[in-house]
Write a new protein. Structure first.
Length: 330
């Protein structure tokens, strides 16, 4: 059953930040939050595009409280600067939706020399969440939503070659690695937050297939994937993130995604019923590896245990379960 956007509660008095909010799913997410009276920060790499997005929303929602923030997730120094700028302007953050990303580009690197997809989609958001954790805690009841993808189900994280230095680069496996990293991180963050009895909750989400600018590197595949029979709108793709961010019945550690019940439209569906937030997970190598790469930005850091594949195996199980629901027809 679809989750109508009018189920979003009144968000007056709350502050939300959406990365990659100048277009596509990020824009629709920011617009929906602003429509329900959240003070919304559009965090974008290009401030001119952010200003255009702010103007579009304000033209439709005159009373909207909107701000733009310069944020380049492919540059960890810029992430630090963006978080510092936010902290100088706001004392709290109630909703953080980590939406921005790149998909299947040719091989290139971030400013710090990381493979672009892993560095942007995952490490940039990892660093951002750590830098903004004080503002999240100050809210008293905050939610972090990490946007993954159905591509996580074929992803594999190679901890010995995260940057594709020993292997021939393959853009789709690299994308799958970055999206699986998003999901593993969301589940482990939820576990650590719960263990610390934090006021912050963490969620995973995926948009299913949505027609956005993310597909600009797909070449001939772009046409079929922009067919309405194959993909939904950006607004439909935003629904899982919005539900994870605002639905009072959503529990920390759940994974929300789009399903296709009738073969003709995409709608927001329920979480894979993982109860991941309450399950014990013994793998820590994901976060510890990230901390060693990005730096000590994780206020919930703990000693690394032995390297194992339990986190990745659990994340893939969630992806497969959600994919079965995704393709199931009535």
């Amino acid at each position: 059953m679809a989750w109508p956007l009018d189920h979003i509660p009144d968000l007056a008095g709350r502050v939300a930040l959406v990365t990659g909010a100048n277009s596509g799913i990020g824009f629709e997410t920011a617009r929906a939050l602003a429509r329900h009276r959240a003070e919304t920060v559009l965090a974008c790499r290009d401030l001119d595009k952010a200003a255009t997005a702010v103007a579009r929303i304000r033209a439709e929602i005159r009373e909207a409280k909107l701000h733009s923030l310069s944020l380049d997730l492919a540059d960890l120094d810029a992430v630090t600067m963006g978080a510092s700028t936010y902290a100088r302007t706001f004392t709290r953050l109630d909703i953080l939706i980590c939406n921005a990303g790149v998909m299947a580009p040719p091989y290139c690197q971030t400013k710090q020399g990381f493979e672009l997809q892993f560095g942007t989609n995952h490490l940039g958001h990892f660093a951002l969440i750590g830098r903004l954790m004080p503002a999240l805690i100050a809210s008293g009841s905050a939610r972090v939503v990490v946007v993954s993808s159905l591509a996580a189900h074929f992803g594999h994280i190679d901890f010995d070659d995260l940057q594709w230095q020993r292997r021939r680069y393959a853009k789709w496996p690299a994308y799958g690695q970055s999206k699986l990293a998003n999901l593993v991180f969301a589940l482990e963050l939820a576990r650590r937050l719960a263990a610390a009895e934090s006021v912050v909750s963490a969620f995973g989400a995926h948009p299913g297939g949505a027609m956005t600018n993310l597909e600009r590197n797909l070449g001939w595949l772009r046409g079929p994937l922009r067919n309405p029979l194959m993909a939904g709108s950006a607004l439909q793709g935003a629904q899982p993130s919005l539900r994870a961010a605002t639905d009072s019945s959503a529990h920390s550690g759940s994974y929300w995604g789009a399903v296709w019940p009738d073969g003709t439209a995409w709608i927001s569906g329920g979480a894979a019923d993982s109860r991941a937030g309450s399950e014990s997970c013994h793998c820590r190598s994901s976060l510890e590896c990230q901390r060693s790469v990005v730096g000590s930005v994780d206020p919930l850091a703990s000693r690394a245990c032995r390297r194992c594949s339990q986190c990745m195996r659990r994340a893939r199980q969630l992806g497969r379960h959600d994919r079965r629901r995704f393709w199931r027809r009535p």
